[in-house]
Design a protein around this ligand. Structure first.
Ligand SMILES: [Zn+2]
Length: 388
């Protein structure tokens, strides 16, 4: 009996290897898969047939051959199913429907007033409903929903604590699964952002990277040796709550002088209020003002924010020695004002050695790091089930 079990396990592993190879290297022939993976041609042929039967792989045209009959090429069927990625912000929801390769099919964005947990949940459901309505027909349909949250969750998708959203112990995964009957993955929004950058963005070639999500607060996602680092109980990356001011004001997390009190959107809006003597509606309006009238006062506010960001980034580099830091979130639109003060601060304060191979970049995913990461996690969940 044991032997049979082992053989099944080997078959499942080989089947997964074949699909992953096709996903990463398509178009590819059966012969190439066999030679690159070390599996026999007969095994590859059997496993490819099974993937074709389950609509995950299809054949196309012919490829180059060194002689004789030209081989049929295999492609991954990215549109065999679709996934929904959601970035649940403190005052907005971004929802994106992608195929299994992250190609966007449609999106639905809305703002919310964060009046109550129930009202935000209804808004999340409304976004999902809209994307389900627009989803193209496919063999598997919508196979997963990934939700990035500005807080921490447990293994069952309960949001334990999201201070900027004012949530505690909200069974988000259960609520959404009950409503739609589709598997749901919940992940911290910065962790999801790191996954999105690693899979589709600036981090594709970096094994050790930190994604810094600038929003109402600051979240960070840590990739070590190509894998998301969640820590012992999943709470890693709360670096926005490192104290950078011993005597600073109390944060919503309970700590004092937290980095995010000095270097987030909220910090920018508060310093705008005190130094300009008036409130700015949001970061976008400050950016527009800075771009249109080139106000020295406003660009000075961004420069101060950049210096504060640099201080926290120095701590991150000294802790993790990453090869790449990616800054994401809506404030990436202010990159031209933030870039230089960040670099100067890091230059002044970093130890000389980790500074050398380090790169700091702004996300080029257009605020989609988290939604793409969330959809990647949902797709990974689906693949995991297919392969088992
Ligand atoms: Zn804090």
């Amino acid at each position: 009996m044991k032997k049979t079990g082992d053989l099944n396990l080997v078959k499942r592993m080989n089947k997964a290897i074949v699909l992953e190879y096709i996903q990463q290297h398509a178009p590819v022939s059966r012969a190439t898969i066999a030679s690159k993976t070390g599996l026999t041609k007969a095994t590859v042929s059997t496993l490819v047939s099974e993937w074709i039967d389950s609509h995950m792989v299809y054949e196309i045209g012919t490829g180059e051959s060194s002689g004789g009959r030209k081989p049929v090429m295999l492609l991954f069927h990215a549109k065999a199913g679709f996934v929904i990625g959601i970035d649940l912000g403190v005052n907005y929801i971004h929802a994106l429907l992608t195929d299994l390769d992250g190609e966007a099919a449609c999106e639905h964005n809305m703002t919310h007033a964060n009046a109550s947990v129930a009202s935000v949940l209804e808004d999340v459901k409304a976004c999902i409903r809209e994307l389900l309505r627009q989803a193209p027909a496919s063999p598997y349909g919508v196979v997963g929903i990934g939700i990035g949250i500005p807080g921490i969750s447990d293994d069952h998708g309960n949001v334990l604590f999201a201070p900027n959203l004012g949530w505690e112990n909200v069974p988000l995964q259960q609520e959404i699964e009950k409503e739609f009957g589709i598997p749901v993955v919940i992940e911290n929004e910065a962790n999801a952002g790191a996954v999105g950058e690693k899979r589709y963005g600036a981090g594709q070639d970096a094994a050790h990277l930190i994604y810094v999500s600038l929003g109402s607060g600051i979240g960070t996602g840590i990739i070590i040796k190509d894998e998301l680092y969640r820590g012992a109980t999943g709470f890693s990356g709360e670096i926005g709550h490192q104290s950078i001011d011993l005597n600073g004001p109390q944060c919503r997390c309970g700590n004092y002088g937290c980095w995010e009190l000095y270097a987030s959107e909220q910090a920018l809006l508060e310093s705008a209020k005190s130094s300009l003597g008036r409130s700015a509606a949001d970061v976008d309006s400050l950016l527009q003002e800075a771009a249109q009238i080139g106000s020295a006062e406003i660009s000075g506010l961004f420069a101060q924010l950049g210096r504060h960001l640099g201080i926290g980034l120095v701590n991150i580099v000294n802790s993790f020695n990453p090869e790449l830091i990616i800054i994401g979130g809506r404030l990436t639109a202010a990159a031209e004002w933030l870039d230089e003060p960040i670099r100067q601060t890091m230059e002044q304060r970093l130890l000389p050695y980790p500074r050398k191979p380090l790169e700091v970049q702004f996300s080029a995913l257009d605020s989609r790091s988290t939604v793409l990461g969330a959809s990647t996690l949902a797709a990974g969940n689906f693949f995991g089930k297919l392969k088992s």
